[in-house]
Structure formats: structure tokens, C-alpha cells
Design a protein around this ligand. Structure first.
Ligand code: F6P
Length: 364
């Protein structure tokens, strides 16, 4: 029996279970393959005793509708930067990758499918260079991986934000308030952009377009000019002010694969008040609500396509590649290309033009 190990790494995302299910269903069509799930990314193998589970068709039955991941995930404790607490309370990290490779050999693992974002695929690349038979599947609600047109989970997050805007519009208009809605997107403003267009926002602030507070203030004033009015502002957590740079960076936990942002909604509210905006302002931080819940149909389909393709790459022995969607095909690209540059919103793109055509202010 051959064994493929599946793991999910980094932040969770609607559609992870649909990928796991697709891998298991496709593998079950081959007589000689068994799928093993590694709990909490590579931690499941590195822990003593290890935490691994056999994934068969019964185990994945019904999970296509479920958010999260049945095998757990973490964005701390990768094999190259395993966090260790020192006696003085400080943290350092150690490289446990050789131990990981040894343990996988002992467990009889023939191939690994690593479902994860940029940080996880960087780990995949180095493990491949160490000789591991590894395939990547891209995952992030931020949609910021350049090798693929879309990542699953993104459209679900956009749907969640749009529904939140719809609800906030009714309360904003009743109270004639300014609402600031803080959404995810560290480097890329895709969630903010799509949901601003879909939800009919007045202002969209994204990391790719530094904002001038006076432009935002002018837009708010224009929304209150002829009537009582209200104003909906969507801001991505990685927002950049034209005068202060990144406004919401916060320290990361030891061993975290990514830098973190948060609180930009409140920072913007203060800036607007300091600039003289007198309207009532409220802030809603959507946070991890955007990562939770059942994937919408589009993401279930994309995740299923990624899962089937990932297992077929294992069968072909095409290791060192990440699955990607390039309309209309599901392809694979070498890790080097997969983790090159982030996929950012171009300020000159069609959708930004459309948004501006709808009167959405970006603050530039
Ligand atoms: O990568 C997706 C993402 O949702 C980012 O937009 C956000 O900054 C991050 O995850 C938060 O992750 P966590 O709180 O799990 O560290």
C-alpha cells in the first residue's frame, strides 16, 4: 500500500474540507493508495506521540459543506521554525526539518499534499529541495497568490462581507451614521474591493492604494450634502496612509509564519475625527467571521478541482509543483513561480475602474 499524507497549514479557509474530501475520493479509485491526515499541519508528525489519522471515504462523508478543516491547522510551529520557550520566558525557534523527513520515512509516507498559503508553500519548496515528494494546494481567503486566478475561500469571504455590509447599511441609514467596516487583506485588497462593489460601499481603502484622509473626509461630506445621508467605508487591515504608511501592524506570536495587522478601523475613525469629521462614526471589525462557515458553491467546486488535481499530480510523480487555476484550466506550477510575487490589486485594473465609475472613493 502506498501512502499520501495530507495536511492543512496556515490560517483556515472555507473549502479546506472540500479539498481533503476530493483527495480521498480520487485516491479511493486507485487500489493501492491510502490517505493519511496529519493533524495541525506538520505538527502532527513532529509531536510525540504523533497525531495522524487514516482518511477514508467514510471519514470524509458530508464534509464538503463544513468550514474549517477536519485535520486542524496552525500558523505557528513550522518544521523550519519550531517555537521553543526559553527558561527566561523568551522564545526562540529551531529547525526540525531533518527530523520531519526521517519521521515521514519511518511512517512509510510516499508523498505529501500540503494545502496552505504563501508561508506553507515556502515550506513545501524547501522540503521538496530536501528530497520530499511534495505537492502544494493554494489556500487563502485573501486571494493573494499570483500563480492562481482565484483561491477557494475568497468568494465565500466576499459573500460574508457583502452580507455584513447589507445589514450595516440599514442601521447606518436609520441613524445617519458613518460605518467603517474592517476586513481581512494584509497585502492585497481583493476582499475589500469585491465586497465594496457588491455591497455598494462609498469608500474602499486597500493596501495597494495609499489613502489621503482629506479625500475620505470630502467623500463623507458629499454623502451628507443634500440630505441626512450615511456613509459606508470598507477598509482592508493592511491599509496604508499616504502620510503615515502602514497604520495597523501588530506584533506576531513567536514562530508565526506571517506579520499581523488589526485595528485599522478604529485608527481611521480617530484620523477622521481629528480631521474634523463630526458625524457619528461606528466601527465593525469582521475579523475571523470571514474565515468561517460553509463554503459557497463556487468555492466547493474550485476546492474539489484542486483536490482531484493534487492527487493526480501524485500519481504522475510531478512533485515540487503547486496546483493552480488559470482560466479555464486547472494546472500546476513549480513552487518557485507559486511563491514569487503576491497577487495584488492593480490600481489600473478593470474592477478598480468599475468601482471608481460607481463613485467609490479610494482616497487617492
Ligand atoms: O491569510 C489570511 C488572513 O485571513 C489574513 O488576512 C489575516 O491577517 C490573517 O489571516 C489572520 O490570521 P490569524 O489570526 O489566524 O493569525
Amino acid at each position: 500500500m502506498k501512502r499520501v499524507m495530507v495536511l492543512t497549514g496556515g490560517g483556515d479557509c472555507p473549502g479546506l474540507n472540500a479539498v481533503i474530501r476530493a483527495i480521498v475520493k480520487r485516491a479511493s479509485q486507485e487500489k493501492d493508495w491510502e490517505v493519511i491526515g496529519c493533524i495541525d499541519s506538520f505538527n502532527g508528525v513532529l509531536k510525540e506521540p504523533n497525531e495522524i489519522v487514516v482518511l477514508d471515504e467514510k471519514r470524509v462523508s458530508g464534509i464538503i459543506v463544513k468550514g474549517g478543516t477536519i485535520i486542524g491547522t496552525t500558523n505557528r510551529g513550522g518544521p523550519f521554525a519550531w517555537p521553543i520557550k526559553n527558561s527566561d520566558g523568551s522564545w526562540s525557534t529551531v529547525d526540525r526539518s531533518d527530523e520531519l523527513v526521517r519521521k515521514l520515512q519511518i511512517l512509510g509516507i510516499d508523498a505529501v499534499i500540503n494545502i496552505g498559503g504563501d508561508g506553507s508553500q515556502r515550506i513545501s519548496k524547501i522540503l521538496f529541495e530536501k528530497g520530499m515528494n511534495i505537492i502544494g494546494v493554494p489556500k487563502t481567503i485573501d486571494n493573494d497568490l499570483s500563480a492562481t486566478d482565484f483561491t477557494f475561500g475568497f468568494q465565500t469571504a466576499v459573500q460574508t462581507v457583502t452580507e455584513a455590509i447589507d445589514k450595516l447599511v440599514t442601521t447606518a441609514s436609520s441613524h445617519n451614521r458613518v460605518f467603517i467596516i474592517e476586513v481581512m487583506g494584509r497585502d492585497a485588497g481583493w476582499i475589500a474591493l469585491y465586497s465594496s462593489v457588491a455591497g455598494g460601499a462609498d469608500v474602499c481603502i486597500i493596501p495597494e492604494v495609499p489613502y489621503d484622509i482629506e479625500k475620505i473626509k470630502d467623500k463623507i461630506e458629499s454623502r451628507y450634502k443634500n440630505s441626512k445621508g450615511f456613509c459606508i467605508i470598507v477598509i482592508a487591515e493592511g491599509a496604508i496612509s499616504s502620510t503615515q504608511g502602514r497604520i495597523g501592524e501588530i506584533p506576531t506570536e513567536p514562530g508565526n509564519q506571517n506579520f499581523k495587522f488589526g485595528g485599522v478601523g478604529y485608527i481611521l475613525m480617530k484620523e477622521l475625527q481629528d480631521a474634523g469629521v463630526e458625524n457619528d462614526i461606528r466601527v465593525t471589525v469582521l475579523g475571523h467571521v470571514q474565515r468561517g462557515g460553509s463554503p459557497i458553491a463556487y468555492d466547493r467546486v474550485l476546492a474539489s478541482e484542486f483536490g482531484v488535481k493534487a492527487f493526480e499530480l501524485v500519481l504522475e510523480g510531478k512533485f515540487g509543483e503547486m496546483v493552480a487555476y488559470r482560466h479555464p484550466e486547472i494546472i500546476s506550477v513549480p513552487f518557485d513561480k507559486a511563491i514569487g510575487k503576491p497577487h495584488l490589486v492593480s490600481p489600473k485594473s478593470r474592477l478598480v475602474k468599475t468601482a471608481k465609475g460607481l463613485g467609490i472613493e479610494f482616497g487617492d
